[in-house]
Ligand binder design. Structure first.
Ligand SMILES: [Zn+2]
Length: 263
């Protein structure tokens, strides 16, 4: 479920759409990807039980991805009373370093059962889902992920610029979710626009592409019109995410995950 689909600071601060935050269920495992500010209370107000979360996953430290990280862990662990669940994040976000403070409060760091630190190409596991982190290029350290369940490979390209090798990293993805902040003809450093999205989709050829994380310029251009233009240039099915959208990704499996799990 897409709790929110806004991208840049203007779209988030004005709440042109709700803040980024995605709940991804693969079999019995439920991930909360990039809980932006307000996404936890939004999930709860929708009647979703965040005690069922298996893991909170942070691609990077920006507010619209990690603003509710501690709140998400709190909801997963009943305010820290019930030590459970997994946190997936880089060491910098969990422990901080000389340049940057941690994003995770020490109390909530102790509230989870396990912390899995992200590194480029590192293979992680939660339940029967294997996860591979893929380093991206953004104005802060940022990672994308490939989630391998028995039936599907779900890819998430978080905030990044287009770079050579990006397509290779996400080859074999059945369903690809991608943060595309800008429409055609508008570029901002370290972010994708619709033109980049076309290149990536034609390189990876997933069954389904879900575009999300829209900046104010994309919202102004109208994601529906931008999608129509993208569809003319690619063969994959494209969905533009909306706040509250629910998608069943398994129906888009290419059915060859077992092959691709041999890495
Ligand atoms: Zn970012």
């Amino acid at each position: 479920m897409f709790l929110g689909t806004s991208g840049d600071p203007i779209a988030v601060s004005k709440q042109l759409r709700k803040s980024h935050g995605i709940l991804l269920r693969l079999g019995e495992v439920v991930f909360f990807l990039d809980p932006g500010p307000g996404s936890v209370s939004d999930a709860i107000s929708k009647g979703l039980n965040l005690r069922e979360l298996s893991a909170v996953v942070l691609s990077h430290r920006h507010l619209n991805h990690a603003g509710d990280a501690n709140a998400a862990i709190s909801a997963m662990t009943l305010g820290g009373l019930d030590k459970r669940g997994v946190l997936i994040a880089s060491k910098e976000l969990v422990d901080g370093n000389e340049q940057k403070p941690p994003v995770i409060d020490p109390f909530f760091k102790k509230a989870v059962e396990r912390i899995l630190f992200i590194e480029d190409k590192k293979k992680l596991g939660v339940g029967d889902v294997d996860i591979v982190a893929e380093k991206l290029i953004h104005d802060d350290e940022s990672f994308g992920f490939k989630f391998f369940s028995h039936s599907i490979c779900f890819g998430y390209i978080s905030d990044t610029e287009y770079f050579s090798g990006l397509i290779e990293r996400f080859k074999g993805t059945d369903v690809l979710m991608m943060n595309v902040q800008n429409p055609f003809d508008i570029s901002t450093p370290y972010r994708l626009n619709a033109e980049d999205a076309v290149k990536i989709i034609n390189g990876i050829k997933p069954s389904l592409v879900i575009l999300t994380h829209f900046g104010s310029k994309m919202l102004h251009a109208d994601p529906i019109i931008v999608t129509r233009e993208i569809r003319k240039k690619v063969e994959s099915e494209i969905i533009m995410a909306k706040d509250g959208l629910v998608i069943e990704p398994r129906t888009y499996s290419l059915g060859s995950v077992q092959e691709r799990l041999k890495f």
